[in-house]
Design a protein around this ligand. Structure first.
Ligand code: PAF
Length: 278
């Protein structure tokens, strides 16, 4: 695996692959890699010839400076995990990706303000800003993202369509611990007791999925909120059953695709999770 730190190095390395008609796959990450990330890399390996992974803790998508500061950065471990799986690791400094005072805005419509957008203002502007820069730098044929950040996937998809970017987006399933907790770089912040408390999130989503056929949306919402609100240590930001195409809340089972999404704080750690219902 080659480790490159500048866009110029990346462009010259990748142009040789492109000239040889190799399909390039990109897995953008912020590091602190877990099996969820590695499943994206493995998926990229299956579908493309050259796998590029990026590790960049993107400051513009953090609306909470403490969250940015606390974000785990176990870089030596990450390199060790990627070495057998990846062809190129792109690991730029902040100054390589951003000029000072740089501005960015893209109209993401309602999607930007729903769910995560209500709790993390500006987050998706930061995400689209860096993902566009990574797409420009790598020019991947395919880019791989996790279902855990479902809203992020929809937002990036909207940007790709709006700007006619020549990249195919691939969404990969959520990878869970054996006890059900969705893998996340932030899980390292959970104490063993908080980890146990956080299981209420996946248990609730599983309950909703298992009862989706037999109960109304109102009943499912009521039971899910009861389960989450009575879970010790869990401070809920939202639980919503949504149309998976628009992310609008649904009250009836009339949508073709339906998803339940939630976010909650457990101790000082904010977690998100979701499950596809239909
Ligand atoms: O999902 C993430 O890890 C980040 O939001 C991404 C897509 C790498 C952009 O910084």
């Amino acid at each position: 695996m080659e480790i490159l730190k500048t866009r110029a190095q990346l462009a010259s390395r990748l142009s040789a692959f492109r000239d040889a008609d190799k399909l390039i796959g990109l897995v953008p990450t912020m590091g602190a890699l877990h099996n969820g990330h590695l499943s994206l890399v493995n998926e990229a390996r299956k579908h493309t010839d050259i796998v590029v992974c990026s590790i960049f803790v993107n400051p513009t998508q953090f609306n909470d400076p403490t969250d940015l500061e606390r974000y785990p950065r176990p870089i030596e471990n990450d390199i060790e995990k990627l070495t057998p799986l990846c062809d190129v690791l792109f690991m730029p400094e902040v100054s390589e990706m951003y000029a000072s005072g740089e501005q960015w805005h893209i109209d993401l419509g309602r999607l930007e303000y729903l769910l995560e957008g209500r709790f993390r203002p500006g987050h998706y502007q930061g995400v689209t800003q860096i993902v566009k820069k990574l797409f420009d730098a790598v020019q991947p044929d395919k880019a791989f993202f996790g279902q855990k950040d479902f809203q992020q996937f929809k937002i990036i998809d909207s940007m790709v369509k709006q700007l006619h970017l020549p990249v195919e987006l691939v969404m990969c399933p959520i990878i869970r611990e054996s006890d059900g907790l969705a893998m996340s770089s932030r899980n390292v912040h959970l104490s063993p007791a908080e980890h146990q408390q956080a299981l209420a999130l996946s248990k609730t989503l599983l309950f909703v999925q298992q009862n989706f056929e037999n109960r109304s949306i109102a009943e499912l919402n009521k039971s899910a909120l009861e389960m989450l609100n009575r879970s010790e240590g869990v401070e809920l930001d939202y639980f919503q059953i949504c149309d998976a195409d628009t992310l609008d809340v649904v009250n009836e089972k009339t949508s073709k695709h339906v998803i339940a999404l939630l976010a909650a704080r457990v101790g000082n750690t904010r977690l998100i999770d979701n499950i596809i219902l239909q």
